[in-house]
Design a protein around this ligand. Structure first.
Ligand code: SF4
Length: 385
């Protein structure tokens, strides 16, 4: 029987590999490369996706993997028009941008609002925590310019979330982070712990006690945030809740472990699937993880490539092991292949530090909270009978 048709939910496009700053934990290998995706590559990317018939009814396009605002607004006006022209009527496309926020201005805010583009800003907390790692090419902190960008978004009524990379110091400062976000009017937050990726090695990520430290951080942050009443979305909690509390029969889809759940296309048209971070990585067994190029390959041809078939086999073996061995499988669905590769040396593996932090810790916290609520709802023993 032929494989079922893929369902492409997330398309990651790299407008440029270049980044205008030089964060000390950055793992992107080509961040000095100033090339910009050409109009022909934009066209080929959307044409390949839509002609495949694999795009989900709601397709998210994320412009990332470099600093996207380095590309001019005119680039995105053309790119969004191309997507609109080529999209089948059955597919809705929502664009989103992940940025350091430093190049935002009134014209960008107007563009983001007009096209309802989702926006995430990288902000690592108050000045001292942010500037310790997020520095410009001159070595100076970027806090002031990022905050200026955030204030512009707020003044123009553009909704946004922030992504905060947690360091050793910020893990010890959940109350400080809550107070800072409240004071800055930021109510949607996502956390990443500083990881070892590409050529960046994180001592924090290797620390023995990272899991309990992150658990303490998230527990405290969540409690303080609830008490403050000022947060609409904490990804680690609110993103996990529907997966934990869904009906038992509802299937869970992990788009990172199925071919073409996510398709990542680099600035020159090179394509990778599964975890987006695989675009640009190299490894002795799989080479560069590229499954083709949109200028020369259809998605069907990419699906037949040896690289994809080898990766799909190994990733499926890892998911099968997760299913057999891990009590968190029903909320996780088999993890992030790139972390299995970088932490364990292969896709056909299971537990990683990354899955402990992103799956196990939030699940445990939420289940503990549910249990406390259930206990609180029961009549006190002394009052019964
Ligand atoms: S939490 Fe980790 S070990 Fe468990 S299913 Fe997910 S990736 Fe596999």
């Amino acid at each position: 029987m032929p494989d079922p048709a893929p369902m492409l939910e997330t398309l990651v496009l790299q407008p440029t590999p270049f980044c205008n700053i030089a964060c000390t934990y950055c793992y992107l290998p080509d961040r000095d490369d100033r090339r910009l995706m050409t109009a022909a590559t934009v066209e080929a990317s959307f044409a390949r996706v839509f002609e495949s018939g694999w795009a989900a009814p709601d397709l998210t396009v994320i412009w990332h993997a470099g600093e996207p605002l380095v590309a001019p607004i005119a680039f995105y006006e053309d790119a969004l028009a191309t997507a609109e022209r080529l999209r089948p009527p059955t597919v809705r496309v929502r664009h989103s941008i992940q940025t350091n926020g430093m190049l935002l201005n009134a014209a960008w805010c107007d563009f983001l609002r007009r096209h309802d583009v989702g926006i995430g800003v990288s902000l690592d907390g108050p000045r001292a925590l942010h500037d310790a790692y997020r520095v410009g090419r001159n070595g100076r902190g970027t806090f002031d310019r990022t905050m200026a960008g955030i204030r512009l978004l707020q003044d123009h009524g553009v909704p946004f979330h922030v992504i905060t990379v947690l360091s050793r110091d910020s893990l010890a400062a959940p109350e400080e982070l809550v107070a800072f976000y409240r004071q800055a009017g930021i109510d949607q937050v996502c956390f990443n712990v500083e990881e070892s990726e590409g050529d960046h090695v994180s001592a924090l990520f290797a620390a023995e006690d990272l899991r309990p430290r992150f658990a303490r951080f998230l527990d405290r942050f969540w409690r303080c945030a609830r008490e403050s009443g000022g947060f609409r979305f904490i990804r680690e909690i609110d993103g996990m809740l529907p997966r934990i509390l869904r009906p038992e029969e509802a299937p869970l889809r992990n788009e990172q472990v199925v071919p073409f759940g996510i398709l990542s296309i680099g600035c020159t048209g090179d394509a990778a699937t599964f975890s987006p971070e695989l675009l640009g990585l190299r490894n002795a067994a799989c080479g560069d993880f590229l499954i083709g190029n949109v200028h020369t390959h259809s998605l069907a041809q990419m699906r037949d490539s040896l690289v994809l078939r080898t990766m799909a086999r190994d990733i499926a073996a890892g998911v099968a092991r997760c299913r057999d061995e891990c009590p968190y499988f029903s909320v996780c669905g088999g993890g992030a292949p790139v972390n299995k590769l970088t932490e364990n040396g292969g896709f056909a593996t299971t537990r990683t530090r990354f899955c402990e932090l992103t799956q196990m810790v939030p699940t445990d916290l939420i289940l503990d909270a549910v249990e406390r609520m259930e206990l609180a709802d029961r009549p006190a023993a002394a009052g019964v009978g």
